[in-house]
Design a protein around this ligand. Structure first.
Ligand code: AQP
Length: 329
């Protein structure tokens, strides 16, 4: 094993194609080379989602999507963040060594809080410290993230260093961000300049892993396109068309040049029809496995309970060491 991975996904909604191509598919592959800890980060989701029923449903749906995509809960630790209270406990300790100035620099807070900053929950502001606790509790060596999360991993390194220096310990190794070049950002189907997102109010902007063949075909048919003839890759002038091409290339496991060559003589409508078929073919088996799992929620709960037990067995001794270092024990 080349190291230990920690990665999380928020249950703010069900999983979409962006999460699958940008995260889940890679999680499945990482299991071969790393000891993996995968977490459904409901404490993080609470910064945006405050609907208890939706939270419960989403946690199970996200767990089903992760398992159906190929994460093996026997090999990897898969659990829900709030089931391991050590995360919140270490986050508090780390908040006490994190200067406010470091959090002020986090661009994601500015983006997510938007103009309504005064009313944004404090949890949204301290979110990166909880993320640092998630990673450091498992002494993770590598954290696979998209480019947008790199700043948070750098912060986690700074926090680990600050803790170690302040309490004269080498408890926390500095985690390395593992930036996935191939995990290009999948953009919204209705606006090629915004990423496909769980929290987008319009369901037509994303393909969900639970969508059936007809829904996928309809969303791709209605995906925004431009007035340029044919298929070409040019993110600056054709963001929507380029996004669809990139999705095709990712699902077909080919380079985008190869995808462009394949459709050089095709109309855009024909390309969209092929993309819809490919998407349905790739996601169909996952959706089927997800549905079967979701029909047995008690099975999902049992997997998550087992995962939480294993996560806590790793996390508790690290929290105990941190408590010892600060003088709580
Ligand atoms: N559009 C995307 N393209 C590629 N990767 C993506 N990820 C998310 N959106 C895309 C990757 O999915 C993982 C889980 O993300 P998250 O749940 O922590 O939240 P997020 O990055 O903020 O994703 P969303 O879907 O946009 O959720 P909301 O709307 O709730 O904020 C991460 O590895 C992320 O890079």
């Amino acid at each position: 094993m080349k190291g230990r991975i920690f990665s999380g996904i928020q249950p703010t909604h069900g999983i979409h194609l962006g999460n699958y191509l940008g995260a889940l598919r890679n999680w499945v592959r990482l299991q071969d080379g790393y000891e993996c800890v995968f977490c459904i980060v409901d404490l993080h989701a609470l910064t945006l989602l405050r609907d208890a029923g939706a939270m419960r449903r989403n946690v199970r749906e996200v767990a089903a999507a992760i398992i159906a995509s190929g994460v093996d809960p026997e090999r990897s630790t898969l659990f829900v963040q709030s089931h391991a209270p050590e995360h919140a406990q270490l986050a508090w300790v780390l908040q006490c060594v994190t200067p406010l100035g470091w959090l002020n620099r986090m661009t994601q807070f500015k983006e997510k809080a938007g103009k309504n900053r005064e009313n944004a929950p404090a949890g949204l502001y301290t979110y990166p410290v909880l993320q640092a606790a998630d990673i450091l509790l498992y002494k993770a060596t590598h954290v696979p993230v998209g480019e947008d999360q790199k700043q948070h991993i750098e912060l986690a390194r700074d926090i680990a260093g600050a803790f170690n220096r302040r309490f004269d310990t080498d408890l926390f190794p500095l985690p390395e961000p593992m930036i996935q070049a191939e995990a290009a950002r999948v953009m919204s189907l209705r606006d090629g300049t915004r990423k496909m997102s769980k929290s987008d109010p319009s369901d037509m902007t994303r393909i969900n892993l639970v969508d059936d063949r007809e829904t996928i075909a309809q969303k791709i048919r209605k995906a925004k396109s431009d007035s340029v003839m044919g298929v070409s890759y040019d993110p600056a002038s054709r963001p929507e068309a380029s996004n669809l091409l990139q999705i095709y290339a990712a699902l077909a496991d080919m380079g985008q040049g190869e995808a462009v060559a394949r459709f050089k003589d095709a109309s855009f409508a024909d390309f969209k029809a092929d993309l819809a078929d490919l998407t349905a073919a790739r996601l169909g088996p996952i959706t089927e496995r997800m549905r079967a799992l979701m029909a047995e929620p008690e099975r999902i709960d049992a997997v998550l309970a087992d995962g939480a037990e294993r996560a806590r067995a790793s996390a508790a001794p690290v929290l105990a060491e941190a408590y010892e270092a600060v003088g709580f024990r």
